[in-house]
Write a protein that binds this ligand. Structure first.
Ligand code: NOJ
Length: 536
């Protein structure tokens, strides 16, 4: 981490210096008037994404789906759900994105398919079906009940009984999402064809859903009980997922994906992996058998918002990276509570500066650039199956999936019809048009940070050094060659000093998260500053 930047920094691939913007298609822009976003809607908003200053769009699933898990239950991996458009609309979106130098990533869902997928229907039809082994079918346990004690991530047993053939099938998520058997060579070949299909169409990469789930211990042994389980947690925590996830063979699969992606040139694979740091790092693979380019780093999503904790977390992460591995950071997603809801607007601004000034590829979630906060979803409008299945545990994800607000017109310019989820309460003022007109808005803070990343190679590719700092302050520098920057973030609501290694006059204020024009060596309450430092 502290070694000087090497010349190799000049030759980074696009995704290392770029920023990924996650679009949740259901909630970005509705063009068809059904209250649900679609591909033409996203295309109409490409100018917005381009002027925001990001480099790549990751689309959550857009494939045909009964929408039991809002697209993560796929019935055809090589097509578009009519709700979102069709392949022609997709091709047009891709063309127009590329014309604006925006890359496009799709969401690959290899662990499971919908039970409405023709593969599963055939598998389910009889014990002798040619596709029986594409999924996990097992007899009931000797004294009845599910074959083992695995729990679904959505609550309840991970097994569903199918009376027609007298066996259970495995579903790590909803019973509508049956797990595919990655020990079956035909499954691997079929999914490889899916990757090829989209790469051939010209996409720039995939985010890979629940990669660490994709292969299970061969004989499906019981998982160990979790001694720390408490009833205020989701039922998935009743057992430790020792045999149902993160098996050694997953790395062969990741490597096969990688080999295929690399054969298309500079394509990106981002893996969704929720594991402790040491395990997460293994998903980068080995030098001769690389894995995904970026195993998602979700640590900021639930770390306590404390300057010391975050400093340590950054240091530990940097220290754990294997040689040549590129870091990445995530601050929000369609699965996690909104950052501004968690921290409040002032600290969400500090968090924006953190996300966009740390070393590595940031992923920014739609709507966080407006500072959308906590959205209370009325009970009769809850749609998230995870919330509906285990009510009262605070597991609902709808609050992070509410529509984008574009203006203060009907339905915030998202749709002519009532949207599938409610808007945030303050949408009449917290929307793109209003914030674009306010130089100090969250949107303009994001735009300025993203613009600074483009002009400062230190931010895009420089090395990072955590600096000594006072209470409630996180300070670090980013440097490449003569481009030498310092970031100081005040995590608290009291004014604090910045520790300067040089005379204060050798620092120039590039950006503050609050309104100010000059740097006086102090941080205001809840302020983050980005400073340019004169090289000695
Ligand atoms: C992770 C996705 O992000 C989440 O939304 C989904 O419910 C699960 N994977 C299952 O596919």
């Amino acid at each position: 981490m502290n070694s000087p930047p090497s010349t190799e920094d000049k030759a980074r691939p696009w995704w290392a210096t770029g920023v990924i913007y996650q679009v949740y298609p259901r909630s970005f822009q509705d063009s068809s008037g059904d209250g649900v976003g679609d591909l033409d809607g996203i295309r109409e908003r490409l100018d917005y994404i381009q002027t925001l200053g990001v480099d790549a769009i990751w689309l959550s699933p857009i494939f045909p789906s009964p929408m039991a898990d809002f697209g993560y239950d796929v019935t055809e991996f090589c097509d578009i759900d009519p709700m979102f458009g069709d392949l022609a609309a997709f091709d047009q979106l891709l063309r127009e994105a590329h014309a604006r130098r925006l890359r496009l990533l799709l969401d690959l869902v290899p662990n499971h398919s919908s039970i409405e997928h023709p593969w599963f229907k055939e598998s389910r039809a009889s014990r002798d079906s040619a596709r029986r082994d594409w999924y996990f079918w097992r007899d009931p346990a000797p004294c009845g009940g599910p074959p083992n004690n695995w729990m679904s991530d959505m609550g309840g047993s991970a097994w569903e009984y199918d009376a027609a053939t007298g066996q259970y099938y495995l579903h790590s998520f909803l019973k509508e999402q049956a797990d595919l058997n990655w020990r079956n060579e035909e499954v691997r070949a079929a999914m490889t064809d899916v990757l090829r299909f989209w790469f051939d169409r010209g996409i720039d990469g995939f985010r890979i859903d629940v990669l660490w789930h994709c292969i299970k211990a061969a004989d499906l042994p019981d998982n160990p009980p979790n001694p720390a389980f408490s009833s205020d947690q989701g039922e998935k925590f009743m057992v430790l997922q020792q045999h149902s996830t993160n098996q050694p063979e997953i790395h062969e699969i990741a490597h096969a994906f990688r080999t295929l992606a690399d054969s298309y040139g500079e394509r990106l694979l981002v893996g969704e992996i929720c594991l402790p740091l040491d395990q997460l790092m293994t998903y980068y693979g080995q030098p001769d058998t690389p894995g995904v380019h970026l195993p998602f780093n979700f640590q900021l999503l639930d770390a306590p918002w404390d300057a010391r904790v975050i400093a340590q977390l950054v240091q530990n992460y940097e220290a754990a990276l294997p040689d040549g591995a590129w870091p990445n950071w995530v601050l929000g997603s369609h699965d996690a509570p909104r950052i501004a809801g968690r921290l409040g607007e002032a600290q969400a601004r500090v968090a924006a500066m953190l996300l966009l000034t740390l070393r590595g590829t940031p992923t920014l979630y739609q709507g966080d650039e407006l500072g959308i906060g906590r959205v209370a979803i009325p009970t009769d409008r809850i749609r998230d199956p995870q919330d509906l299945r285990q009510p009262g545990l605070g597991l609902g994800r709808d609050g992070a999936r509410t529509p984008m607000a574009w203006n203060n017109q009907i339905n915030a310019g998202f749709s002519d019809t009532e949207p599938w989820l409610p808007l945030h309460d303050d949408w009449p003022s917290r929307n793109v048009r209003a914030q674009a007109a306010d130089p100090h808005s969250m949107l303009n803070l994001y735009r300025q940070l993203l613009a600074l990343r483009r002009v400062h190679p230190a931010l895009a590719a420089g090395h990072l050094r955590i600096l000594p700092s006072g209470e409630e302050v996180l300070q670090y520098e980013r440097r490449i060659g003569d481009d030498w920057l310092m970031v100081a973030l005040n995590f608290g609501a009291r004014a604090r000093d910045v520790r300067c290694e040089q005379d204060m006059r050798s620092y120039r204020l590039l950006l503050s998260t609050v309104e100010r024009r000059t740097f006086d060596g102090k941080l205001r309450p809840n302020e983050g500053v980005l400073l340019a430092r004169r090289a000695r």
